[in-house]
Design a protein around this ligand. Structure first.
Ligand code: PEP
Ligand code: MG
Length: 897
């Protein structure tokens, strides 16, 4: 038979699944011999049984009776006793803390009779009646679901009648009347009197806690925090102790070390003559713990020793709630304390230095997300600000600048030294110059993998996308949100983490950890303003170095320019995992691709290629120079064609207008030819159309040109005594034959260039696995491939059938709200779906070639949770944007530790 109810003394801290976090930690404190008011935990099993059957299993009630008697014996008070009544607190406690989400009922056991006994015991009638009215109020609201306004109104009416402004000024008589009124409210609302039987109160309160697992706000919270819905909560039933029995009583919260700096010492607040909520509610000014030392040396010393024991035991920073009842210390709660990202790093290394944990354990105490937080410039949290609208935070950071609506004005302003924020309805590759010039980018449309977002993340620049409340009028150069109009040149501030958009300039502060990453430890130490900061960068340095020593996954970067590559290398990248060569054709060079597509015959096409060859060779020379000695995966061109051609509708209108106006001349003729070609190549779904290897096979000269440029770059660099290590990657492969054709062509060119130079050019030729078919037929494809790189952006798009450019604004919100998705699969790899294809792809590839090198270059390569997955499926490396390289190093280390 399942046991549903456990005495605190039965459990321990490792039973969070069964007892919830609070219950498990209470049990641990009992085990440690700390003074915990006696009680028991009703398990999450009971909650799950309640949730599936719709009622509390009868066994639970029976077990509660037995455990309750144990508590009564232990404390020598009885529930409902008219002389020495036991009062109980009933609190929720799930495996993961869900602060404020679920219910608590205090003072259970008070009724018309026991209230007198409490008054005698406390020697304070006012206290007893106040406790009673609090019970009815809390019970009414949380257990009986009565509108809490009714109680507040009655309380206010009582206060105004008494001519007082605060609750504490009400006297016994007024409180007695209030209890009567509260009881009437209960009877009115439920048709039944307030339950007078203490046991009935207890049973109802327990059921209410179970029920509160599925309130709307609790469900919403779980979705946001990615807590599974089927865990259920435990219920902790515990003897009440009172911190409000006069000046020798009190209540407090403390930390075993400073949760924001991490320094060891005694940190906390104490409030004499008060109950738990009073400390949190901030009604009265709390005292520092050192004042407790003056007031009650014994209780203070006992608390200090409990804190030390807890920290030694948990080997981590703990937070603690305690109450002192007439000089007697009681521990009400402890847990491993929440802390800031900076404190997490400091505490972890401090505990290593104190020899409480090992470096491996220290790695487990920090996360990539915390490191990310430490890297971004941030808005000064104390700065004044005025919110304009909220979009999606797509690339973190804080940007302040004058609004610019196009490339020309963005670059012009930037050239004048003015910071700008580029604002677009959506961005396209053509906006790149504007983005480079800007501090941040803001769009009204598009999701987290839209062009703006991907490019911005790649550049480590702040981006807010999909701010649908913005009405952007490009012609008038205004943004309108409701009544507010922002014009070109007006300053706005955007927060790439929260997606918030502010009017005016909000103060930004630099991150010292970023200085460390970019310029090294010494520079960061020298620049640091205080010891805390110096300690922080040293802690980050130690943990990153340890992660590097531990990790199996190599960390490469996605970089298209020498500058990006250099930045990534400085941050510890061990090669390039993806160079998107189509990005090298943006801007001025776009017209070359246009000419390739428009070329009348092969000869014309070949002549464009001949012009392109030296340009591409120079690109690769630059990249390979920066990455000298390290592998650099260069992906052959993979643009959806429409990105290089004018928009069909716009061009049609332009041509028709010109014709209507009777215009003539070479420009119109050229536009007509262009329109013809745009029409001929127009696709409804360009992302599923003529791109990647398909483009390469249709216009074989393109790939040939690139492969030749790579080969010639190698020859040139070897000539300079360098060690270039390019790897040629073919995108969007779906079949073995596709890769075979490109490979044959490639090998021929490599041989030809090699022979001419008198050297062997055996560069690896591999492919991206970014279509389900490729993953499923990986075993076959591997015959033609020297390596695989998983393109999880397209693989997610094609596995789910979600368009990566549109989906996140369209219906992801609905999908998040109704729980279909907990997180965007474009952000964190969908392990059981898309991830399964990655797993099969790796297994298939290695069946054919056991030592086949595999990596990932989709956005997921920089996502902490996904990195753990890639470690587990046995990839050799992840590749991510330069900015995320340190995060990936840390997470890869954590995955291996
Ligand atoms: C991918 O699809 O995951 C990938 C890296 O390629 P791109 O994002 O350039 O399509
Ligand atoms: Mg792709």
């Amino acid at each position: 038979m399942t046991q549903y109810v456990y005495m605190f003394s039965d459990g321990d801290k490792d039973q969070k699944d069964l007892l919830g976090g609070k219950g498990a930690n209470l049990a641990e404190m009992v085990k440690l011999g700390l003074p915990v008011p006696p009680g028991f935990t009703i398990s999450t099993d009971a909650c799950r049984a309640y949730l599936s059957e719709g009622k509390v299993p009868p066994e639970v009630r029976v077990e509660v009776t037995r455990r309750l008697r144990e508590v009564e014996d232990h404390i020598d008070r009885t529930l409902g006793d008219s002389e020495e009544p036991l009062l109980l607190s009933v609190r929720s406690g799930a495996k993961f803390s869900m602060p404020g989400m679920m219910e608590t009922v205090l003072n259970v056991g008070l009724n018309d009779d026991t209230v007198h006994a409490l008054a005698d015991f406390a020697g304070d009638e006012r206290f007893a009646w106040d406790s009673y009215r609090r019970l009815i109020q809390m019970f009414g609201k949380t257990v009986l679901d009565i509108d809490s306004e009714l109680f507040s109104e009655a309380l206010d009416a009582r206060k105004s009648e008494a001519g007082v402004t605060s609750d504490v000024e009400l006297d016994v008589e007024q409180l007695r009347t209030l209890v009567k009124e509260y009881k009437a409210i209960v009877e009115d609302a439920t048709g039944k009197p307030f339950p007078q039987t203490p046991r009935k109160q207890l049973d109802m309160a327990i059921e209410a806690v179970f029920r509160s697992w599925n309130t709307e706000r609790a469900m919403l919270y779980r979705r946001r925090e990615r807590i599974p819905d089927d865990l259920g909560t435990a219920v902790n039933v515990q003897a009440m102790v009172f911190g409000n029995l006069g000046e020798t009583s009190g209540t407090g919260v403390c930390f075993t070390r400073d949760p924001s700096s991490g320094h060891s010492g005694v940190y906390g607040d104490y409030l004499p003559n008060a109950q738990g909520e009073d400390v949190v509610a901030g009604i009265r000014n709390t005292l520092a713990l050192s004042d407790l030392k003056e007031r009650d040396r014994d209780a203070y010393r006992e608390l200090r020793s409990a804190m030390r024991r807890l920290e030694t035991h948990y080997r981590d920073l703990c937070d603690i709630e305690f109450t002192i009842e007439r000089g007697k210390l009681w521990m009400l709660q402890t847990r491993v304390g929440k802390r800031t990202a900076a404190a997490a790093f400091r505490v972890a290394t401090q505990l290593v230095d104190e020899q409480l944990i090992t470096m491996d354990e220290a790695l487990e105490r920090v996360t990539g997300e915390q490191l990310t937080n430490l890297l971004f410039p941030q808005f000064d949290k104390d700065a004044v600000r005025q919110l304009l609208a909220t979009g999606m935070g797509a690339s973190p950071g804080a940007a302040v600048g004058a609004v610019a609506f196009d490339n020309a004005s963005a670059t012009a302003k930037a050239a004048e030294g003015v910071d700008v924020v580029l604002v677009r309805r959506e961005t396209s590759p053509e906006d790149l110059p504007g983005m480079i010039a800007a501090q941040g980018v803001l769009t009204a449309r598009g999701g987290k993998t839209s062009h703006a977002a991907v490019v911005a993340r790649g550049m480590g620049m702040c981006a807010v996308v999909g701010a649908e409340d913005l009405q952007i009028d490009v012609a008038k150069k205004t943004i309108t949100v409701g009544e507010t109009v922002v014009s070109e040149g007006d300053v706005i501030s955007i927060d790439g983490k929260t997606g918030q958009i502010y009017l005016g300039a909000v103060d930004v502060i630099d991150s010292p950890v970023m200085t460390y990453i970019a310029d090294g430890l010494e520079a960061a130490q020298a620049k640091a303003e205080d010891d805390d900061t110096r300690e922080l960068v040293a802690a980050v340095d130690r943990l990153l170095q340890h992660a590097d020593a531990r990790r199996r996954l190599r960390v490469r970067t996605n970089a298209d320019t020498g500058e990006d590559a250099q930045r990534a290398r400085d941050r510890g990248a061990e090669g390039i995992g993806l160079c998107r060569t189509e990005h090298q054709f943006l801007g001025e060079r776009r017209e070359y691709i246009e000419r390739v597509i428009l070329a009348e015959d092969d000869e014309a096409r070949a002549s464009v290629m001949a012009e392109l060859l030296p340009l591409q060779r120079a690109d690769f020379v630059e990249l390979l120079t920066v990455m000298d000695g390290l592998p650099a995966t260069i992906r052959l061109i993979d643009p959806p064609l429409h990105e290089f051609l004018p928009d069909l509708t716009e061009l049609t209108v332009k041509v028709e207008l010109a014709k209507a106006r009777g215009e003539e001349g070479p420009e119109l003729e050229r536009d007509k030819v262009l329109l013809e070609a745009v029409r001929a190549t127009h696709e409804q779904n360009p992302m599923l159309g003529l791109r990647g290897v398909r483009l390469g096979l249709k216009y074989p000269g393109l790939f040939a040109l690139q492969i030749r440029a790579i080969a010639e770059a190698v020859v040139e660099l070897r000539g300079q005594g360098k060690d270039p290590q390019p790897e040629i990657m073919v995108p969007l492969i779906g079949s073995r034959r596709e890769l075979h054709l490109v490979r044959e062509q490639g090998l021929e060119i490599l041989q030809e260039v090699g022979e001419a130079a008198g050297m062997t050019l055996d560069l690896p030729i591999g492919c991206m696995i970014e279509l389900p078919r490729a993953a499923l037929t990986a075993e076959r494809i591997a015959h033609e491939a020297d390596f695989f790189s998983f393109g999880t952006n397209d693989l997610t798009q094609t596995t789910w059938g979600f368009s990566r450019d549109d989906v996140e604004t369209e219906f992801f919100t609905t999908y998040m709200e109704n729980g279909v998705l907990a997180v965007s699969p474009f952000e964190t790899l969908d392990g059981i779906g898309v991830g399964e294809l990655v797993r099969q792809g790796v297994a298939g590839g290695r069946k054919t070639k056991p030592s086949l090198k595999t990596g990932v270059c989709g956005e997921h390569g920089g996502d902490p949770e996904s990195i753990h997955f890639f470690h587990e499926v046995g990839l050799d490396y992840v590749s991510c944007s330069p900015f995320r390289v340190p995060v990936a190093r840390l997470e890869a280390g954590r995955a291996a530790a």
